[in-house]
Design a protein. Sequence first.
Length: 370
Amino acid sequence: MGLAGVRHRHGEGVLKVIVQPLVLHHARKTTLLGLREAFTALPPPPPPLSFAEYSTLPTRGRAAYDQARDDFLHLTLRVPTPEQDIGARILAKLIASNPRRKNSRRGLMISAPMFYGKTELALLLARSTEQSHAARNPDYVDRGEVPVVWTEMTDHSTGKALLAQIIEFLAPTVSVPLHANTDRLRKMAVDMLQTHRTKLLVIDEAHRLGGSEPSSVIKALQNESSATVLLVGIALGGGKAFGSTEGLQVRMRCDMVTLRKTDLKEDEGRVLWHRWVAVFDRNLPLCGHAPGLLTRNAAVLHKAAGGQLSVLAMIVERLIAATLDDTARRNERVTRQRLYAVLDDLRYTTPVRHKITLEDLHEDDLDEAA
Ligand SMILES: Nc1ncnc2c1ncn2[C@@H]1O[C@H](COP(=O)(O)OP(=O)(O)OP(=O)(O)O)[C@@H](O)[C@H]1O
Ligand SMILES: [Mg+2]
């Protein structure tokens, strides 16, 4: 899969850009094919073009080019976070040690408020688990091995529903005997995890599991299969799901990675935020883009985003979308006005409330800054 960009200049300066469209077939990560697509759909940026070059493309070429930059933005452009390193380190250790334990197998929790990048982090960890399995077992797909199983809880999900999802993921053609009792389903799920050499079981939206039934199922899965459980959800440390009684038993058997806002008053937060803004700025898939304005406004963006990476990512996405939507544009430069329009719009269309004004934004003019 992927996207190739080839750029030719012919004698008369005619430009030809071939962008092979990325074909996506699956909407969900909760099937094996869908998850593998999510692992591999990492299109590179399309070849850089000046706005004049872009303007000479035929309509279809421009549409393909726009789609390619959109895909790059939505699927590939991610910034590194400390939680990625911490999570990967803990998970690698657990995956190595859990199969060799007969008792007290441990899991990992990713916990944060809503819209903090939890699922994105889980996907990255899951991808690296699959890749390291693939590196050691090049023919793993042919052998029917499924190193990662991805499940997602919905409202009022039960432990039994979790087991059904595991079975459906690993054996999509088997009709799950939902009338069977939980013990029977658990045995089926555990056997399948073992047969497919599953190393990681992801349970996203895990805060929707509550009470003793799901907790006892998760605990049994940890005891009976050597797969490492990764629970992903909102406020998993407290709350009704894993904060008390049986839930607490699961909590005690998990390490936890929490995602936080960055704080500009702390050195670490300041460095991190500026790095994130700079990564986005360097990689904006805009024609004739010269990085600068975003980076110079890192502190203002921090205020607008409340220090939240996911809101910064949303601002960047909207900036690109607004620029490409402007059919009368003469260039795709990031200007104060364009950035402000996006920030202003955020106040009306999302719960993000900030008090940034146009005057707060710096020009991309280093002389003026001096
Ligand atoms: N490291 C990153 N780099 C760039 N963008 C990111 C990164 N992490 C998260 N995002 C973006 O932040 C947004 C929210 O991420 P995600 O869906 O993972 O959040 P969540 O905490 O799972 O949300 P919810 O509580 O709704 O499940 C997404 O658009 C995602 O692409
Ligand atoms: Mg999520």
